[in-house]
Design a protein around this ligand. Structure first.
Ligand code: MFK
Length: 558
């Protein structure tokens, strides 16, 4: 007798995704959905088909840096893996960045683009990194109003022609700086027609990009983030040689192994100011916010992939006399992961909706403030969820989930980057406090907008099965509100010490509220109770994480 275990398999990742399809039916007018569906179904086909096969075949490949040629010339060439080369072409041709800028469907174009990115991401081993930077660079240049740079770079960043397509890099992180970008040491020296940059970048995004946005301090500027300026540079000259950029090495990372993340020395790299000679951190903020949106979309995409593989496997794997899909405890575990992913999905895509409205200037002041608050909240909440879900997904496979050539462990390693890059959980929790104040030094102002958004989701919920979930959301919101008032009264130590639990509570509360709202809609319009079941389950998964003793015992513990 020879037993052969069937591996997990994927179908069309659009057709198979109830959560995505139901959400799109709610937010898109029916005729527009018909128009965009072809592009989504095609991406779903690629993601579950040839891209997924290529991803499994590409598993052991990594980018290779060649610093010298045979004759002693410094060349610093980076060879990408076969999967990434295909991913680049497909991303361009299918408009994974371009769709947001073509704006064929107004503000909803951003949602369409995020849906494409969501389908594309799990089969392309973090090719989402250069795409996120490309999107962020296009948005930042457009926001800057620097027409010369817009004319030069943006058409390349948003084209669908792979021969013309550029990706962008973001080089912010330095040895001194890390999250505290204001400590950056790179110096910008004026030269005729621009600047030359001198310094070390310690952790770049993919170094295969044709251009980059970076921060440097014009000589004579004061210290801190305000003394930095935002610069545009092109990485290689017309012969493909680096422009006074040395790639010292590629990072040896836990995950995201296909991404050629690099350490660089800039030794007179020609660069141009994007906007003014100061306020680099403020001027690069549009890029940060776009890449944080991508981070959230990637988080829900990786969660979805894990749950899809695990659900398929549960139908195939027989143990203790029945398929795992018929085992109550296994089903309970899977349903909890599914609910977590579904709740996260609704928050990430809600931020995409608001971002789209901001880009088409159809956003109210109140919703602009809400977007500013929800961007870090969404990024930090979904990043944590992705790691938890990936870890649990591996466990649902037993030992197979721990074995590399199943292609499963990479899900956990790649998810682990999501709470780290683009701002760690703690940095973003502090950013949430800053966003709540939004220049007015009154955190309650942002919280009022947040509370209004939660309340809007809950006000038309009628299904009795959702009543407990509504209560959980309201209670968490009330606790967050009272905690913030009390922490402000007590002082900065209490506020900062509790910022992570507070921000995660905001994230989980609005996720629950959005899921409840969608569940009611899905019941009313699709006669489907699955989202109701997810909302009930998510409500029982720990929404309110606030403790009232945040700063009391800090000195005892440290
Ligand atoms: C693939 C390999 C995996 C490994 C990872 C590779 C990483 C490669 C790519 C990276 O390097 S990812 C970069 C990760 N780093 C970050 O995301 C930075 C994290 N730190 C922060 O976000 C800090 O909050 C920040 C640097 C922004 C704080 O800097 P400052 O100098 O203290 O700035 P400040 O004073 O808070 O803000 C300056 C201005 O920008 C303010 O406006 P005003 O000048 O008008 O007062 C802020 O309101 C504004 N601002 C800051 N963040 C903003 C923002 N505005 C809008 N949105 C935001 N998110």
């Amino acid at each position: 007798m020879h037993f052969q275990q069937a591996p997990p398999a994927l179908g069309n990742q659009y057709d198979d995704d109830r959560v995505l399809r139901s959400y799109l039916r709610r937010v898109f007018p029916a005729d527009v959905l018909v128009e965009i569906e072809e592009s989504l179904r095609e991406m779903g086909r690629l993601a579950g088909g040839e891209l997924y096969e290529l991803q499994l075949a590409d598993r052991l490949n990594e980018p290779v840096l060649t610093q010298w040629d045979a004759w002693g010339n410094r060349i610093d060439q980076v060879e990408l893996t076969p999967l990434w080369r295909v991913a680049e072409r497909i991303a361009a041709e299918h408009g994974v960045v371009a769709t947001a800028y073509e704006q064929k469907h107004g503000s909803l174009s951003r949602v369409h683009q995020c849906a494409l990115a969501y389908l594309f991401t799990p089969s392309t081993d973090i090719y989402s990194c250069p795409l996120a930077m490309t999107d962020g660079a296009a948005r930042t240049l457009l926001t800057s109003g620097n027409q010369q740079l817009i004319d030069r770079a943006v058409p390349h960043l948003i084209t669908r022609d792979p021969r013309e397509f550029w990706t962008a890099g973001q080089w912010m992180t330095e040895l001194t700086g890390g999250s505290d970008v204001g400590l950056s040491e790179t110096i910008a020296k004026p030269q005729e027609g621009g600047f030359r940059l001198y310094g070390r970048k310690w952790f770049t995004s993919a170094i295969s990009s044709q251009m980059a946005l970076t921060l440097a301090r014009p000589e004579g500027n004061p210290p801190g983030g305000r003394g930095l300026a935002l610069f545009y540079l092109e990485t290689r000259d017309e012969h493909g040689r680096p422009r006074n950029i040395q790639i010292n090495r590629l990072k040896d990372k836990l995950g995201t192994r296909k991404v050629p993340t690099a350490e660089l020395t800039l030794d007179g790299t020609p660069a141009q100011l994007v906007k003014g000679t100061t306020d680099g951190v403020r001027n690069i903020a549009p890029l940060l916010n776009i890449t944080r949106l991508w981070n959230g979309i990637s988080a829900v995409a990786l969660m979805r992939r894990g749950v899809a593989l695990s659900s398929d496997y549960a139908r195939k794997r027989v143990a203790f006399g029945a398929p795992l899909s018929e085992k109550p405890l296994h089903l309970d575990t899977l349903a909890t992961l599914h609910a977590e992913a579904e709740a996260a999905f609704h928050l990430a895509f809600y931020v995409a909706e608001l971002a789209g409205q901001s880009e088409t200037r159809e956003i109210s002041d109140d919703d602009a403030l809400l977007l500013r608050v929800l961007t870090p909240v969404m990024k930090l909440t979904t990043g944590k969820q992705a790691v938890m879900v990936a870890s649990e997904v591996l466990e649902t496979f037993g030992g197979a989930g721990y074995v590399e050539d199943t292609g499963l462990p990479v899900l956990l390693r790649d998810s682990q980057v999501l709470p780290i890059w683009e701002g760690t959980t703690n940095v973003l929790a502090l950013d949430t406090l800053r966003a709540l104040q939004s220049g007015e030094n009154d955190p309650q102002r942002g919280l009022v907008r947040f509370a209004a958004a939660v309340t809007r989701c809950l006000e038309n919920v009628r299904d009795a099965r959702l009543a407990d979930a509504v209560r959980v959301a309201r209670t968490a919101l009330d606790h967050a509100t009272s905690w913030l008032a009390e922490a402000e009264r007590v002082g900065l130590l209490a506020l900062e010490a509790g910022a992570r639990r507070f921000s995660l509570t905001l994230g989980r509360t609005i996720e629950l509220a959005l899921l409840i709202k969608h569940a009611q809609w899905s019941h009313d319009h699709e006669h489907d109770g699955k989202a109701i079941a997810s909302a009930r389950r998510f409500a029982a998964s720990g929404i309110n994480l606030i403790s009232d003793h945040d700063a009391d015992d800090l000195s005892e513990l440290l």
